[in-house]
Design a protein around this ligand. Structure first.
Ligand code: GLA
Length: 383
């Protein structure tokens, strides 16, 4: 029988809290520890947004892996993974809430919704009803609109599973938000497993038909040093096809073979090897190969220098590989080092962009009574 001793400690005076732009002087942290296994979930006050409390949670697994996650935007602000050169944070982000409240932060570590990626001109028709969404990327709708799920405060509950510390986040996206129909109840559960995986589980229900496409927008840099670019990282994507795009990065509708193109990552390639042949850099959706198990390995990212490697598993049909092309050094990390072009890369598991306007793509429409449920796992490996 599993004997768990859960100790909750309230540390009121020793709060290591960074107050956010909107200011909050309350300090406090709370830790739930499993003394038998050494895993824990610690909560710090981080500030307030929209009059709501924002926290930073530190999940530590029994193997010493650590993820810092905020209920603001569901942000992963830090993910510490051992390498041959020691333990390092492998995601781009900031130490303080204030960092994330700056203008034009490009979704660092954020949960994305109601619709990850682009919907052309912010328009689509569902059962003869025309919808107009907020437009925030040229003439297109991107990552849920002006105030997507990355900019809202979620309700957070630590998950006290001794072997697998977690955080459950809930958000009600109201009927009409950013132009979408239906009250969408969303739950995202982050878990740091005993197998050294960061698992993200997405669930949603609605009371009116609506497109839903949830994803995670962490920028990885396995060197742990964002002043180095990711062009030397090696990437594998288990996809024989991708969705070519127009100038506005909207898929043309074609599913094109990767064979013989710079999009062929079916065998490992360095990201920098062929990037010059891709106008603007990689920012495309790959059509992931299917397997008997819907939860299959879809991508592997490795940095030979540090020995750090990530394997991505998902139930989703697509993967946006974005090579951080729009990072331009305007924003700097909390250590003052700028996030330059290609300082990080995203592997966004998803349905295909603009699916609401492409009947041939797998449907993203969630119907009332149906359950949206997807899982993505990032397995953290040191070689
Ligand atoms: C996604 C998009 C990119 C870019 C980034 C944020 O990955 O596909 O084009 O908008 O988000 O900068």
């Amino acid at each position: 029988m599993k004997t768990l001793i859960l100790i909750s400690i309230m540390i009121l005076s020793l709060a290591a809290c960074n107050n956010g732009g909107s200011g909050n002087n309350k300090s406090g942290s709370e830790t739930t520890t499993d003394s038998t296994k050494g895993s824990s979930v610690r909560r710090e006050t981080w500030g307030t947004v929209d009059g709501k409390e924002v926290y930073l949670f530190t999940l530590t697994s029994q193997n010493g892996f650590e993820a810092k996650i905020s209920n603001y935007g569901g942000l992963i602000t830090s993910l510490k993974v051992p390498g041959r050169d020691g333990t390092a944070n492998i995601v781009l982000g900031f130490d303080s809430l204030k960092g994330y409240l700056q203008k034009d932060v490009p979704y660092f570590g954020a949960l994305i919704g109601r619709y990850g990626n682009r919907i052309a001109k912010g328009r689509f028709t569902l059962r003869d009803e025309a919808f107009t969404l907020a437009v925030n990327n040229g003439e297109n709708h991107l990552h849920g609109g002006l105030k997507g799920f990355d900019k809202v405060v979620w309700d957070a509950t630590p998950v006290e599973d001794a072997s697998n510390p977690g955080l459950e986040l809930k958000y009600l996206s109201k009927d009409g938000e950013e132009g979408y129909a239906g009250n969408l109840n969303v739950t995202v559960r982050y878990t740091l497993t005993a197998q050294n995986e960061l698992q993200v589980e997405y669930d949603a229900t609605t009371d009116k038909a609506t497109p839903v496409n949830l994803t995670q927008h962490s920028y990885f840099n396995l060197t742990g040093d964002p002043s180095k670019d990711i062009l030397e990282h090696t990437l594998t994507i288990n996809a024989d096809k991708y969705t070519p795009v127009d100038k506005g990065l909207i898929p043309t509708g074609e599913l094109k073979d990767v064979k013989g193109t710079p999009f062929d990552f079916t065998t490992p390639h360095k990201i920098g090897e062929r990037i010059a042949k891709v106008e603007g850099g990689y920012d495309h959706n790959w059509v992931l190969n299917k397997a008997t198990d819907p939860m299959r390995l879809v991508a592997t990212l490795a940095d030979s220098a540090s020995g750090r490697k990530i394997e991505v598993y998902t139930t989703e049909p697509g993967l946006q590989f974005y090579s951080g092309n729009f990072l331009d050094g305007t924003l700097a990390g909390s250590d003052g080092k700028p996030f330059n072009k290609h300082a990080g890369l995203c592997l966004e598991t998803q349905h295909f962009p603009n699916s609401p306007n492409q009947p041939s793509f797998p449907s993203t429409v969630l119907q009332p009574g149906d359950k949206y449920h997807t899982i993505t796992k990032y397995k953290l490996i040191t070689q």
